[in-house]
Design a binder for this molecule. Structure first.
Ligand code: FES
Ligand code: FES
Length: 168
């Protein structure tokens, strides 16, 4: 089988892999152990395979691995800090937005991209951003609440006066 080299940054680490020209990114990531990238419909419809490619959500089942040469990928495995959870992961747990968890990595990565681009989205904007992530368990109310809660935390932090600006 014909192979080609692939150099890509995954979760901040440079990876050098050998791929076939027709390999899908979904297949390569799972083959390399990134099992948070879920195999769902494989047609670009469910969002379970979502990863961030240079900060933007993509369905990895629709991307050839060869297309990501030299680019940066974030999977759910790379989201949390070394000891703890990302605020979105914590909010999903706190709001009961996870049942089987199959859709959760994709939802959280989509939400991260949204909040990075737009820290204070409206509920409609959250629903619109997550429209491509299907959940067969919880529905969408709780995930949307979780994302809005993180946005609200950020909002509170940005409205808090800087140290030294009170009591003068
Ligand atoms: S598995 Fe890629 S969108 Fe469903
Ligand atoms: S939590 Fe099961 S598919 Fe969403």
């Amino acid at each position: 089988m014909k192979t080609m080299p692939l150099s890509v940054k995954v979760n901040g680490e440079t990876k050098e892999w050998s791929i076939a020209p027709g390999d899908l990114l979904l297949d390569v990531l799972r083959r390399e152990g990134y099992f948070g990238v879920k195999r769902g419909c494989e047609k670009g419809e469910c969002g379970a395979c979502t990863v961030l490619l240079d900060g933007k959500p993509v369905n990895s089942c629709l991307v050839f691995a060869a297309q990501v040469e030299g680019r940066a990928i974030l999977t759910i495995e790379g989201l949390a800090p070394a000891n703890g959870l990302d605020p979105l992961q914590k909010a999903f747990l706190d709001h009961g937005a996870v049942q089987c968890g199959f859709c959760t990595p994709g939802m959280i990565l989509t939400a991260k991209a949204l909040l990075d681009r737009k820290p204070h989205p409206t509920e409609a904007e959250v629903r619109d951003a997550m429209a491509g992530n299907y959940c067969r368990c919880t529905g969408y109310k709780k995930p949307v609440e979780a994302v809005l809660a993180v946005a609200e935390q950020k909002n509170g932090a940005s409205r808090r006066p800087k140290a030294g600006t009170l009591c003068r």
